[in-house]
Design a protein around this ligand. Structure first.
Ligand code: KIV
Ligand code: ZN
Length: 515
């Protein structure tokens, strides 16, 4: 029997450290639910000591997740470990992940600690975390640039202190695959109690090698990989979950291990994370890019028609691509609607939630004859977005755009129970609509990103808009979907403005002291 390769997802923690990718509590819970549906083993939900917002988000994930293990990150300091323990307490399976840097450059310049002090602190941190849970992971930060003898000493000591998982981070993405695989092999051979812990890896993508380095580590005995959906993460990101999982599955002839991931949930997870963070997936991205299974050349198309395996090593449906199948229409009933959403893994907590989603579905079906799975997913996402914190709500929008004329928009918003209207001109209809909205709200926010994509194909497709706003150093993303892209844009803009009103202040981990 093959070993299990443990999939540790850190989209909600390292992924969130991508500048501009910060998520609200509700967004984190939605992503966590999708990760659980995908059967991710461990969900690193955040860094509870970083801020009250992070603490509450980890706690909410711990309350929502029943099957996957919920993990909280903690520096090797008392307050961090205690906060992490408290945040993950509601979860049936919980892990504390504590870390301290072990490379000379980090110890001397960042921590200003001697190697002996670092070793002592690492052991202390693991023991402290073990007071709360048996499932403790330790990371020697910047292991990829640490001295091998010292790394062995630290890892042996933390395993003896009770760390069940030792994670080897290539924090700055400096290693090459043969070197990183060799590091894992050496550590496993040289550390006397290596067999008492799972060896994990955490690779960053600064040289575009995060996945290659992780796979090389797996070939050398690592049995946990830390990764993120779409490869999100600090700077150039982390190893992409979808690439790791599909490489191990597709090349099972080379790997003596397997994951328990439900791969059909990969594309829905990718779309969800891209929508929430506003980081679109490049079309040629492996597995989840729009072109990942598209054949342009006639020779390739001919080959695939004759025998799919001539040019395809994986099946699109195995990773969750659906063929834009028409699933429902104007005459579909409430039960068919409920059933299809259930098949997509979406369930409603109350009848009222179902009824309001069904009403939206009927409105959409009036405008668009064929409703695809992707439309249903967007519909429910929008439903969630609007339920979150509706300080400002779009009542009506009228735009006038014609050749030779300046585009003009008239907007009415509901704000705290009262209605307010404004009109404005703009460079285009979206610009005019945003100016009119700002005329009412006076947000003072700066627009950092505006992007539109189509949810399905065809000119009657819904447009999905992401807007990123910045105010006073806080960055938020908003989303909106509609068959009319100006309305979708206004909804996305309001969604972002609502988040600026409601979202608690978040301390970026980088703004924290190293220890
Ligand atoms: O990249 C890194 O070293 C980390 C650690 C906290 C594991 O994210
Ligand atoms: Zn990292």
């Amino acid at each position: 029997m093959n070993d299990q390769l443990i999939i540790f997802d850190t989209t909600l923690r390292d992924g969130e450290q991508s500048p501009g990718a910060s998520m609200t509590r509700e967004e984190k819970v939605r992503i966590a639910r999708q990760l659980e549906r995908m059967r991710v083993d461990i969900i690193e939900a955040g860094f509870p000591a970083a801020s009250n917002g992070d603490f509450e988000a980890v706690k909410s994930v711990a309350e929502a997740i029943r099957e996957s293990t919920v993990c909280g990150l903690a520096r090797a300091v008392e307050r961090d470990i205690d906060r992490a323990a408290e945040a993950i307490r509601p979860a049936p399976r919980r892990r504390i992940h504590t870390f301290i840097a072990t490379s000379p450059i980090h110890m001397q310049n960042k921590l200003r600690m001697t190697p002996d002090q670092v070793l002592e602190r690492a052991v202390w941190a693991v023991q402290r975390a073990r007071e709360y849970t048996d499932d403790v992971e330790f990371s020697p930060e910047d292991a990829g640039r640490s001295e091998i003898d010292f790394l062995c000493r630290v890892l042996e000591a933390v395993i003896a202190a009770g760390a069940r998982t030792v994670n080897i981070p290539d924090t700055v993405g400096y290693n090459l695959p043969h070197q990183f695989g060799g590091l894992i092999k050496t550590l496993r051979e040289r550390i006397p109690n290596a067999d008492q812990a799972v060896f994990s890896v955490h690779c960053h993508n600064d040289l575009g090698l995060a996945v290659a380095n992780s796979l090389s580590a797996v070939l050398n005995g690592a049995r946990q990989v830390e990764c993120t959906i779409n490869g999100l993460g600090e700077r150039a990101g982390n190893a992409a979950l979808e690439e790791i999982v599909m490489a191990v599955r597709t090349r099972r002839d080379l790997f003596s291990c397997e994951t328990q991931i439900d791969t059909t949930q990969i594309v829905p997870a990718s779309r969800l994370v891209a929508g929430i963070t506003g980081f679109p997936v490049q079309p040629n991205k492996a597995i989840v890019g729009a072109n990942a299974f598209a054949h342009e050349s006639g020779i390739h198309q001919d080959g695939v028609i004759k025998k799919r395996e001539t040019y395809e090593i994986m099946r699109a449906e195995d990773v969750g691509w659906t063929a834009n199948r028409m699933v429902l229409g104007k005459h579909s009933g409430r039960n068919a609607f409920k059933q299809r959403l259930k098949e997509l893994g979406i369930e409603f907590k109350t009848e009222q939630e179902l009824n309001s989603a069904f009403e939206r579905f009927k409105d959409l079906a009036d405008k668009k004859h064929e409703i695809f799975d992707e439309d249903l997913q967007a519909l429910v996402t929008v439903e969630n977005l609007e339920a979150e914190n509706e300080h400002y709500r779009l009542v009506s929008l009228r735009v006038c755009s014609q050749t030779g004329e300046t585009p003009h928009a008239e907007v009415t918003l509901a704000v705290d129970g009262g209605e307010h209207a404004r009109s404005a001109d703009g460079g285009g209809p979206v610009d005019a609509a945003f100016r009119a909205i700002d005329g009412i709200i006076g947000s003072g926010a700066q627009l950092l990103l505006y992007s539109v994509s189509n949810i399905t194909s065809g000119t009657d497709a819904q447009g999905e808009v992401t807007v990123r706003l910045e105010r006073g150093g806080r960055i938020v993303n908003g989303q909106g979907a509609d068959t009319d892209i100006v309305i979708a844009s206004a909804k996305a803009y309001l969604n972002a403005l609502n988040k600026l009103v409601g979202a608690p202040e978040r301390t970026h981990p980088q703004a924290m002291q190293p220890i």
